[in-house]
Design a protein around this ligand. Structure first.
Ligand code: ADP
Length: 159
């Protein structure tokens, strides 16, 4: 069975992430969305909130499971019997960082391959941080995040 891991912080999950996850399901038998518990990055949403938010956002997709992880991504991939790490590539700015990560992960475990999917044009400029900025100022999030995610953002920022 071909299994892929789609890792990220998902703080919050955007339609750009969902697009990459959905397209991955057409290529692989199973897609594991890995939510990183990265303490170095100060997240707006706690890990359990991000797990709940991603779980509701992927509810309509087949063969997708959601799991949190800390530690090395290649270890998480191996624990889930995934042969592939999928990353979305937006503008050129993503490339340098992703290129480095792909090579480091390959060095850590030569059996796990990183595969890049090009961001769809409509999501090329969409990022979690931009979504947070728009949400803080009460901007319209339609077309940027799922409705369930927009509702969570609203509740979080009101609270
Ligand atoms: P980080 O890796 O900095 O925590 P994210 O959690 O936002 O970033 O992203 C995880 C993955 O999703 C990365 O591979 C990133 O390139 C990809 N990604 C983020 N936003 C988009 C988008 N709008 N379109 C396609 N891929 C995206």
């Amino acid at each position: 069975m071909a299994v892929a891991v789609c890792p990220g912080s998902f703080d919050p999950i955007t339609l750009g992430h969902l697009d990459i996850i959905e397209r991955s399901t057409y290529i692989y038998d199973k897609v594991v969305v890995g939510i990183a518990d990265n303490q170095a990055k100060r997240a707006l949403f706690a890990l359990d909130e991000r797990v709940a938010m991603v779980t509701e956002a992927v509810a309509g997709l087949r063969n997708v499971v959601v799991a949190a992880f800390d530690g090395l991504l290649v270890e998480f991939a191996k624990a889930n019997e995934a042969q592939v790490i999928i990353k979305g590539l937006r503008a050129i700015s993503d490339f340098e960082h992703e290129f480095q990560m792909a090579h480091l992960n390959k060095k850590l475990d030569g059996s796990v391959e990183t595969v890049f999917l090009m961001a769809s044009p409509e999501y090329m400029f969409l990022s979690s941080s931009a979504v947070k900025e728009i949400a803080v100022f009460g901007g319209d999030l339609a077309g940027l995040v799922a409705e369930t995610t927009a509702a969570r953002l609203e509740r979080k920022l009101q609270g």
